[in-house]
Design a protein around this ligand. Structure first.
Ligand code: HEM
Length: 411
């Protein structure tokens, strides 16, 4: 997710200052930093900077002493080594992504229940209807910002899935924008404030279900309120954290993914024509995954080392903070040759857009289903998706990727 528009409280944050022990790093002297993840080069063209770092300094120390891993091999190895690279990297309760070992396994099993094939098959027509209604409201011919359309779609699709009222749409959209601004500001008090706002939204929904008892609506949120782990009910903080994980971080990532996918189709009319001719779901999914591999807007997740370890010839001490840069790993020429070469089938086995290992994204089937529904709805309502010659696109700023503004013309 990503981190999408992450705050520390939301999913998984890219601001090293929010790691536990940030002030008590294992090195006495502040180390010389190899790069600046938020400096002018990153703001100008983050993907180009990651490509350069991967080639020049594939295990790099940032200004706040956190490491970033850039190669496919290193990112994959760290994601698969759950012993040395712990997910306990936040001081906030994050269920399940901040958990390790057996505790993670128990909560992960709970979360996985909500993303089974049967559940996805049941929610698919609902999401398709949401996409068709939303696209039906767009002016064709006319201009859109694909990220704005993606945000609205993400809120409506997630609300339909979770059983949240349509009246929340305005507040959730406002929240997404506030979250985005807070993430950009890097001001911990602002990120804490938007996190508290989100918690209040979630608690109003869970409290209402508790009060309603047997009369509570039959939806995913009620089910979670009643769920049990290890023979006990979940405590409030756990429920809020799970729902926060599903929505807080992922509304932003869905919107960014929609922006990346629709812009790519506008820039590649041949691919657009192929999709318009009708392709089966599996092939459509592979196309979406490959577009996101080339320009992965979910940039990083973090870990903290539990013991000293050498990566790419560099010595990481126990307790060091580490970022896995998925965007860079997904463009590693050692794995993919020319990273821009579009090969959905050949590149699929190495695609890391949804992570790998125990923490691999459980929401992948839902995210894919939503993106497919939105993209198909836009294709069906139009004869062409084109770049807008009059409105420039704007890239998002690190710690997230993709576009902040993705203007398109629909015909
Ligand atoms: C929109 C596109 C999405 C992308 C690109 C994405 C990507 C990822 C990645 C790379 C991870 C691995 C994190 C790590 O190793 O630390 C992850 C984990 C996770 N994702 Fe997603 N995700 C997306 C959508 C979703 C959705 C829609 C949901 C739920 C509704 C979701 C829920 C989660 C959860 C709960 C985890 C943590 C799993 C664990 O720690 O066991 N994601 N996601």
């Amino acid at each position: 997710m990503t981190e999408h528009a992450p705050t520390d409280e939301i999913r998984d944050d890219t601001d090293p200052s929010t790691f536990p022990d940030a002030a008590s790093s294992s090195t006495a002297e502040p180390p010389v930093s190899d790069w600046n993840p938020r400096g002018p080069r990153a703001r100008r063209d983050a993907v180009a900077l990651y490509d350069d770092m991967r080639a020049r300094c594939p295990v790099a120390r940032g200004p706040s002493a956190a490491w970033t891993l850039f190669t496919h091999a290193d990112v994959m190895a760290a994601a698969l080594d759950h012993e040395i690279f712990s997910n306990g990297a936040s001081r906030h309760l994050q269920v399940p992504n901040g958990l390790d070992g057996p505790t993670h396994t128990v909560f992960r099993a709970l979360v996985d229940r909500y993303f089974t094939k049967a559940r996805m098959a049941a929610v698919e027509p609902v999401v398709q209807r949401v996409a068709a209604d939303l696209v039906g409201q767009l002016r064709v011919p006319g201009g859109i910002d694909a990220v704005e359309t993606g945000s609205r779609f993400a809120v409506r699709a997630q609300s339909a899935w979770l059983g949240w009222p349509a009246e929340l749409e305005g507040e959730l959209l406002q929240w997404m924008e506030a979250n985005r601004r807070a993430t950009r500001s890097r001001d911990p008090s602002r990120t804490a404030e938007v996190a508290r706002w989100f918690d209040a939204i979630i608690r109003s929904l869970t409290d209402a279900r508790r009060r309603a008892g047997d009369e509570a609506p039959d939806d995913v949120t009620t089910e979670l309120v009643r769920a049990r782990v290890d023979g006990r009910e979940l405590v409030d903080g756990e429920i809020v954290s799970i729902l926060r994980n599903w929505t807080g971080g992922d509304l932003g990532s869905m919107a960014l993914c929609a922006g990346v996918v629709l812009i790519y189709l506008a820039d590649h009319p041949d691919l657009q024509a192929r999709l318009r001719s009708g392709v089966p779901d599996q092939e459509f999914n592979a196309v979406l995954d490959e577009i996101l591999r080339i320009d992965d807007p979910f940039v990083v997740n973090r870990r903290v080392t539990t013991e000293s370890v050498t990566v790419g010839g560099r010595a990481l001490a126990a307790g060091d903070r580490v970022f896995l840069n998925w965007t860079s790993a997904n463009r590693d020429p050692r794995m993919f040759g020319d990273p821009e070469r579009f090969d959905p089938v050949g590149n699929a086995p190495y695609n890391l857009v949804y992570g790998i290992g125990k923490h691999v994204c459980p929401g992948r089937p839902l995210a894919t289903l939503e993106l497919r529904a939105l993209t198909r709805a836009v294709l069906e309502a139009t004869t062409a998706i084109e770049p807008d010659p009059d409105r420039p696109r704007e890239r998002e700023l690190p710690p997230v990727g993709g576009f902040a503004v993705a203007p398109l013309i629909l015909r």
